[in-house]
Design a protein around this ligand. Structure first.
Ligand code: MRU
Length: 356
């Protein structure tokens, strides 16, 4: 998608380096950063220079490529794989991508290993683009239906950033929105700020602006009253891990939006590529929920009056704060799952129908 009119993807490989857009600096500074070693890739995932379930999976895949360039010894690669998987715990795409890479390269001791790894990482990225595009085409029908009934702007609420910046291109939750916009359907997006890291305000609003899509940033607790006032036609969010029973783990606060949508009879959709499905965990209580540094809550970053990026303390220094990064929305509150293969119920039967 576009930044200042120029087409970008979120990650690419060039001259034995991985190129990323440093998302910790957006929307104020656009910086393309080089990852030269597997440690750089791990650090980029941990510090959220790259973030969003599909993108951290792709970064981990390219992290393994960097690891092979450094040292193609199998024990070094295995250790890199373990460190990459544990760099963030909740999004299943990370393990999915590393496992897929390891299946290709484990036990390969010849010079072929680097080529194999590069091809597989590229394939993971290309597949994600294709899947996210299909999510858009499938989700477009839902927006079209609402528009055909309403004959007026479709108001869509989203939480966090499940946009193209969280994937390789298109995004998951935003892909149906981009497709609707390209098809001439008037859309407007309510963008949850998404405290504490403000991915909604800093990233979703930024990328929608760059594509010329109308959007309004709202404080995280505003969605409920907008729904009561009839100002939300539908919600679409992304997910970091969807269980085979349709329970959805996504950015903290998603659950409360789903409850409000349910109470107000507003469709609540979750968009995901199949790489985000965890077929193994049976109970959502077993999903590892990331707890991040409490300073993400107590400090905020923005531009000072001179236009420099500056971090400031916003809470009493003595106060304790807690920073759980994800929550789980039970399947019963989810109207449907928009996947690359079509739309299904958030249930075991629904997912089985699409993914045999
Ligand atoms: O902590 P983040 O910014 O990595 O969380 C991202 C989300 O919660 C997204 O909604 C999710 O990864 C889906 S991305 C298409």
């Amino acid at each position: 998608m576009r930044i200042e009119g120029k087409e970008y993807k979120t990650i690419w490989f060039e001259n034995n380096r991985v190129k990323i857009i440093d998302q910790t600096k957006l929307p104020h500074q656009f910086i393309v950063k080089d990852l030269k070693t597997v440690k750089d890739a791990i650090n980029a995932i941990k510090t959220m220079e790259v973030r969003g379930a599909p993108l951290i999976g792709a970064t981990a895949a390219y992290g393994l490529v960097l690891s092979i360039i450094e040292n193609n010894d199998q024990s070094f690669i295995k250790k890199s794989a373990e460190e990459l998987i544990s760099s963030r715990p909740t999004a299943i795409n990370l393990k999915w991508a590393v496992d897929r890479m390891m299946k290709k390269i484990s036990g390969v001791n010849s010079a072929k290993i680097l080529e194999l790894a590069k091809n597989e990482a590229k394939e993971i990225c290309e597949e994600d683009i294709k899947f996210c595009k299909n999510i858009g085409i499938n989700g477009l029908k839902i927006i079209e239906d609402i528009y055909n009934k309403k004959k007026d702007t479709v108001n869509i609420l989203t939480h966090c950033n499940a946009g193209w910046l969280a994937t390789i291109n298109w995004g998951t939750a935003t892909s149906p929105i981009y497709h609707a916009h390209k098809n001439g359907i008037p859309v407007h997006v309510w963008t949850d700020e998404t405290r504490p890291r403000n991915q909604g305000a800093n990233l979703t609003s930024y990328e929608l602006n760059e594509e010329g899509i109308k959007n309004t940033i709202i404080a995280d607790n505003t969605g409920g009253i907008l729904m009561q006032r009839g100002q939300v036609d539908m919600c679409i969010v992304g997910t970091d891990r969807t269980l085979a029973n349709g329970d959805v783990c996504n950015k903290v606060g998603t659950y409360l939006k789903a409850l409000a949508a349910y109470d107000n009879n507003i469709p609540f959709y979750v968009a995901l590529p199949s790489s985000t499905i965890d077929w193994n965990i049976k109970n959502h209580k077993d999903i590892p929920i990331e707890e991040r540094n409490s300073e993400e809550l107590s400090q905020m970053e923005g531009l000072d009056e001179k236009g420099n990026l500056k971090k400031i303390q916003i809470y009493p220094k003595k106060s304790k704060s807690m920073n759980l990064a994800f929550d789980v929305t039970p399947a019963k509150y989810v109207t449907g799952l928009i996947t690359e293969k079509g739309i299904c119920d958030a249930s075991k039967e629904g997912l089985k129908r699409l993914f045999k």
